[in-house]
Design a binder for this molecule. Structure first.
Ligand SMILES: [Zn+2]
Length: 209
């Protein structure tokens, strides 16, 4: 659970192993109101997440920023939708990490977002290869970032990798990740932050307990 900063703005932690989990991890200390840190405060932050996650060609990130400045209401609406999606992703994958069923309302919401995303898929030929691309009708371009996130969520929910979803073992962290270690033994969202903190805590307890 990073609070790490780059020179300009927040450096998102992208160690979740799936785009939808990285997106769910864009708030720190979700359950600790005094320390809760929201890393998505505006549409500009959403573009920054997409940019750092390499969800968008750089030119498109720039044009989304410009468009959001021109269309404040549209940007606010797209931003609100992104937070609603993120909260459902957290509820869904946190439930799975705890061995529980996903609440039906969250399945429904992920379904709704994923179906919108599917409507924007287009098969295209590029440089002799064929691939899926995202297509906007122009008026919904500000939602462009939500489509790959929703697609990632639907894919993870329906894949066998679902059983590897974990919630960080640090008591003050609820970040989610895919445990892809060979013996399924990863316990922390990020060894650099939570892992080392937990080790230091146990070392202190052994020495002073
Ligand atoms: Zn953590």
């Amino acid at each position: 659970m990073h609070t790490g900063k780059r020179q300009s703005g927040y450096q998102f932690d992208l160690s979740g192993g799936a785009l939808c989990l990285d997106f769910a991890n864009t708030v720190s200390h979700r359950h600790l109101p005094p320390r809760r840190a929201e890393h998505l405060g505006s549409y500009a932050d959403l573009v920054e997440f997409a940019d750092q996650s390499k969800l968008l060609p750089p030119a498109l990130a720039a044009s989304l920023r410009a468009r959001a400045r021109r269309d404040d209401a549209g940007a606010r609406s797209a931003f609100r939708k992104s937070i609603v999606l993120r909260e459902s992703l957290y509820c869904a994958f946190s439930a799975i990490a705890a061995g529980k069923h996903v609440p039906p309302a969250d399945v429904q919401r992920i379904n709704n977002y994923a179906r919108v995303a599917l409507q924007h898929r287009k098969l295209a030929r590029r440089n002799g290869d064929y691939r899926w691309e995202w297509q906007s009708n122009g008026s919904d371009l500000l939602d462009r970032i939500l489509w790959p996130v929703a697609e990632s969520a639907a894919e993870l929910l329906t894949s066998e990798a679902r059983v590897a979803i974990r919630e960080c073992g640090a008591p003050d962290c609820e970040w989610l990740f895919l445990d892809q270690s060979r013996n399924r033994s990863r316990r922390w969202c990020d060894m650099k932050s939570c892992g080392n903190r937990q080790k230091a805590r146990r070392h202190y307890q052994r020495a002073h307990g």
